[in-house]
Design a protein around this ligand. Structure first.
Ligand code: ACO
Length: 424
């Protein structure tokens, strides 16, 4: 086993180096504090491995993403979202019988308790669907008790996957003031979600193959991305042995932020703003480079990818196909293409290795599908759900898991004497 040496104040310390299955090396600093009294300092955790995981592999320099070893390009071209979810959660591709059983279970647990509809009624009409989604995910724990019994753990995993799409669709219906549409057991996972989103009681509703295929692809591409902000949050909360529902609720909150999953909504708002401003995308490119402007090109840049995000490549092509198939022409797509073209040739972006990320094109596809902007991040959450569950399960099943508890470097006042109010 190789080791790494650290010299601190003249004293030499040795630490083991662990190597992953793709030869990624990590210096095992678990004993750092005990040996040296110092801690590792890494704000934003850009160099910190918080766990070992066998779910997803990313090589950000080469633009590689694999789910359980399978390249994202192959999964996106050949799998269904439900199959992908099974792979991420249970570790291997399902046989036909396993997939049928999983699909059946996901179908028969889609209803939420009728009382939960009262929660939806209590929210203001303008409530953001992400707020509702997070609150409802945690609320599931009030109906379905937590247990470490493997059968109950698995049942709660199924419930989480099955009910989340009902909750997501209900949150949309709530936001537009339409009656909730109940799940249908004869439809596929994605078909059922689209039906709950778009059916209205007064009309018969026919799902579109184009929409089903597009959503299948989008959800697969969002299904996991190793230790990103929301997944780390799920693991952080779950490390205290909080329930699956509570941990996923926390993950949804983390995803909501504009620097993470909320970016897909921000991209469309940015493109809208550019269009309303006469389509002058060069002006916004200049603003993105101006350190005094506070403006960032949303949908560009990534903590891990310093090359093309492989998901963005797939989505760029899919955006063309979906818009053509639906007969939609969207001026925002042209602005997006133009921005991408000039950014890829611009020194500022080249030097900082800023490429389009998954959110850059996803919003344009969602828009063409008729999905309102404030639902984009909800769809991201629906896609990311199997990844969050897979990570929660991996951590939950690992007896060596310790509660996550980072340290800090204290920079506040040193000891001083308390001054009573009257003397201040
Ligand atoms: N537009 C303009 N400049 C950018 C952008 C951008 N989108 N992203 C990064 N930069 C610049 C920064 O100003 C910084 O420049 P400097 O070195 O001169 O100070 C440099 O590139 C590095 O940026 P950091 O913020 O340090 O990179 P970090 O890894 O911390 O952040 C992040 C990554 C949050 C994704 C960032 O690129 C960003 O804000 N992008 C826009 C938001 C976005 O699209 N988020 C979605 C990410 S994908 C996902 O979560 C699904």
């Amino acid at each position: 086993m190789s080791t790494a040496k650290l010299i601190l104040e003249g004293q030499e310390y040795e630490f083991p180096v662990i190597v992953g299955s793709e030869n990624e090396a990590g210096i095992d600093f678990a004993s750092l504090r005990a040996k040296t009294k110092a801690i590792g300092f890494d704000p934003g955790y850009g160099n910190t491995g918080a766990c070992q995981s066998a779910i997803t592999y990313i090589d950000g320099d080469q633009g590689i993403l694999r789910y359980r070893g399978y390249p994202i390009e192959q999964v996106a071209a050949k799998a269904s979202f439900v199959e992908t979810a099974y792979l991420l959660i249970y570790g291997q591709l399902p046989t036909q019988a396993e997939l049928d059983k999983f699909q059946r279970e996901l179908t028969y647990h889609t209803l939420i308790h009728e009382d939960m509809k009262k929660f939806f009624e209590g929210y203001p009409a303008k409530a953001h669907p992400m707020a509702i989604l997070a609150a409802m995910a945690v609320s599931l724990s009030t109906y379905y008790p937590d247990s470490d019994e493997p059968d109950v753990v698995n049942l709660n995993i199924i419930r989480m996957m099955a009910k989340m799409k009902t909750i997501a669709a209900f949150s949309y219906k709530k936001s537009i003031g339409q009656p909730y549409v109940y799940p249908r057991n004869d439809l596929s996972y994605i078909g059922d979600f689209l039906h709950m989103m778009f059916a209205v009681p007064s009309e018969s509703y026919q799902n579109s193959d184009v929409l089903e295929r597009a959503l299948n692809l989008l959800l697969i591409l969002h299904a996991d991305h190793e230790q990103n902000c929301s997944t780390s949050t799920v693991r952080m909360v779950g490390s205290s042995r909080a329930s699956l529902f509570a941990s996923i609720g926390a993950g949804i909150c983390a995803l909501w932020g504009p620097l993470h999953g909320g970016a897909n909504q921000e991209v469309i708002e940015m493109l809208d703003m550019i269009q309303a401003d006469g389509g002058n995308y060069r002006k916004y490119m200049d603003m993105a480079k101006d350190k005094n402007s506070n403006f960032r090109l949303m949908g560009f840049g990534h903590r891990v990818y310093k090359n093309f995000d492989p998901r963005a490549k797939i989505l760029k092509q899919s955006a063309d196909e979906v818009l053509n198939a639906l007969g939609v022409s969207d001026p925002l797509l042209d602005i997006a293409r133009n921005l991408e073209e000039i950014a890829l040739k611009d020194d500022f972006f080249i030097q900082r290795k800023l490429y389009p990320n998954v959110d850059f094109y996803s919003g344009i596809i969602y828009r063409a599908m008729g999905i309102p902007t404030n639902m984009f991040t909800v769809l991201f959450a629906l896609g990311r759900l199997p990844g969050w569950i897979g990570h929660w399960k991996e951590m939950h099943d690992d007896p060596s898991t310790r509660i996550n508890r980072p340290r800090q470097i204290y920079t506040g006042a040193t000891e001083r004497q308390f001054v009573p109010l009257a003397e201040r």
